[in-house]
Design a protein around this ligand. Structure first.
Ligand code: ATP
Length: 233
């Protein structure tokens, strides 16, 4: 589904991704874990096309999308739900969802909206309220629901658990799990390594712009180096 080869990226003259290789297969939940500043957000931004890569390739469903602008990637089925949510707080919940479907004008938008409300009943209850009035967890649900309105084949999720109380983290993880049943492949970036490894099929560990470990999530969660560095065990 998604294949990254030798990806490098810079802010000004400082390179922060030093040649990333990773694969996400259709139907998988893959996570990239790593400390604050490791480059996880930059990686997702390069994949969604909002940050330029200075070298390397991104292949999506067999096509080289490395040079495509972000909106073209969304059109191909690759969507990002950004860190910090970035919902439009002065618009209503429903207006935010409609923006996620801006590529489409067909009758399926109403069905997608109904599906989103079935997945997140609290969003239906609050559909006419300003999104700025939602709690942190509800805003995160709205960000994911909005990304799903773009009918992605592959969803890039940046730190969906950030800033949430543990019970809400569990709810968000349940949502990510249900995406598997909807045929949405997920690349999940998380600092909450335990949460991410507990729902992922495979995982990559990122340290200062490089992938340093990779494997089935169940193996990494048991690996002494991961346990010490990322799980605090
Ligand atoms: P976090 O979880 O805190 O977002 P991260 O793993 O996602 O961390 P990035 O945000 O990708 O890491 O940052 C990688 C490196 O790039 C860090 O050293 C960071 O300071 C630097 N960086 C990030 N954004 C910028 C920017 N806009 N300009 C310059 N440097 C940046």
């Amino acid at each position: 589904m998604l294949s990254v080869e030798g990806l490098r990226s810079k802010y000004g003259r400082i390179e922060v991704l030093h040649g990333i290789d990773l694969e996400v297969h259709s139907g998988e939940i893959v996570t990239v874990i790593g400390a604050n500043g490791a480059g996880k957000t930059t990686l997702l931004r390069c994949l969604s096309g909002v940050q330029p890569a200075s070298a390397g390739k991104v292949l999506f469903r067999g096509d080289d999308i490395s040079r495509l602008p972000a909106h073209r990637r969304v059109g191909l089925g690759l969507s990002q739900s950004p860190e910090g949510r970035q919902i439009f707080t002065n618009l209503t919940v429903e207006e935010n969802l409609r923006l996620g479907a801006y590529l489409f004008s067909d009758a399926r938008v109403d069905k997608d909206m109904a599906d989103a409300y079935a997945m997140f009943p609290v969003l239906r209850e609050k559909r006419n309220l300003s999104a700025g009035g939602l709690s942190g967890g509800q805003q995160q649900m709205l960000a994911i629901a909005r990304a799903l309105m773009g009918r992605p084949n592959c969803l890039l999720l940046d730190e969906p658990s950030m800033g949430l109380a543990p019970i809400l983290v569990d709810q968000i993880l349940d949502v990510v799990r249900t995406l598997r049943g909807l045929d949405v492949t997920v690349l999940l970036v998380e600092q909450n390594a335990f949460a991410a490894l507990s729902i992922a099929d495979r995982a990559y560990v990122m340290e200062t712009g490089r992938i340093t470990m990779a494997g089935p999530a169940g193996e990494l969660i048991a690996d002494p180096r991961v346990r010490e560095a990322y799980l605090g065990l």
